[in-house]
Design a binder for this molecule. Structure first.
Ligand SMILES: Nc1ncnc2c1ncn2[C@@H]1O[C@H](COP(=O)(O)OP(=O)(O)OP(=O)(O)O)[C@@H](O)[C@H]1O
Ligand SMILES: [Mg+2]
Length: 270
């Protein structure tokens, strides 16, 4: 049993594509579900990678139908997956959410309102997978989130992505002031010199906002994706599974306390 959480809504986001957002969202959702929480995963990416990661193809109801049809509720979009996670699936038509919500007052807060209206028994925690870039689907997820996890590869191109992330979130925080950001280093390849050296620089520059866990570059993650299995089932003793378990435990700590692990000043005040 897990005590009640200070934070319920987590979004996985980076403006840069292909960093490992969906892989991280999937591992976090499965990991939190295995910790005894009821997880609702929300795929906000019209690429629908999180949806296919759970082997769901051509879902009948997505958030697009919820916005378009008055008789389709947010709850109607939820799929119960065999492992216990609940999923709001995506499909390419979710691209149309932006046009469908256009002109509605507080459109960017639509997902936040929908999640707030869910009965508590539906989800202890919500894990939202966002698309890369800065579109409406991403904005909906950021506005709904209390915590952003940003998987980031410490490499020159990854750094450009991270440099864009802070201004993007800075804007979002004007409407969502309590939003926390937690950077998760991913694709760490210790055979190279560059990536571990950049990771050391990141840990200095982002002290208090970066995870102590780093997710290794791992073929097992790609294979687990191909087999449509959680990494914990596909390769339970792999370094990647262990790292994602450690990341899940760390994130659970943030969800329970509502504070980042390095936030010692806030802890001392509490
Ligand atoms: N740590 C890792 N080691 C090796 N491969 C990985 C790792 N993390 C992710 N991958 C692989 O990299 C590819 C992209 O990962 P993923 O889909 O999670 O990225 P993304 O950030 O969600 O991409 P997008 O921006 O398109 O949504 C996938 O094939 C995935 O299996
Ligand atoms: Mg993705």
């Amino acid at each position: 049993m897990v005590d009640s959480l200070a934070i319920r809504n987590v979004a996985v986001f980076n403006t840069k594509g292909g960093e490992g957002k969906t892989t991280t969202a999937h591992a976090l959702a499965e990991g939190l579900q295995r910790s005894g929480l009821q997880v609702l995963a929300v795929d906000m990416d019209p690429q629908a990678n999180l949806t296919t990661r759970w082997d769901i193809e051509n879902p009948e109801v997505t958030l697009f139908e919820v916005v378009q049809h008055q008789n389709v509720t947010f709850g109607n979009a939820i799929i119960e997956l065999p492992g216990g996670v609940r999923l709001i699936p995506s499909a390419s038509r979710v691209n149309g959410l932006s046009a469908a919500l256009y002109g509605q007052p507080g459109a960017e807060r639509w997902l936040r309102r929908q999640l707030a209206s869910l009965p508590p028994s539906v989800a202890d925690v919500v894990v939202i997978d966002l698309p890369p870039g800065r579109d409406m689907c991403g904005a909906l997820g950021i506005a709904a989130a209390q915590l952003i996890l940003a998987p980031t590869e410490p490499c020159p191109m990854g750094k450009m992505g991270l440099d864009q992330l802070f201004p993007t979130l800075g804007e979002a925080m004007q409407d969502n002031p309590g939003l926390l950001l937690w950077v998760v280093p991913v694709r760490i390849d210790r055979r190279t010199r560059l990536i571990p050296a950049m990771l050391r620089d990141y840990r200095k520059a982002l002290a208090g906002r970066i995870s102590a866990v780093d997710i290794p570059v791992a073929i097992a993650l790609k294979e687990a994706d191909g087999e449509r299995l959680p990494i914990y089932d596909y390769a339970p003793r792999s370094k990647a599974a262990e790292a994602y378990e450690a990341m899940t435990a760390e994130v659970l700590g943030i969800l329970l306390t509502g504070r980042l692990p390095g936030d010692t000043a806030a802890k001392a005040e509490a």
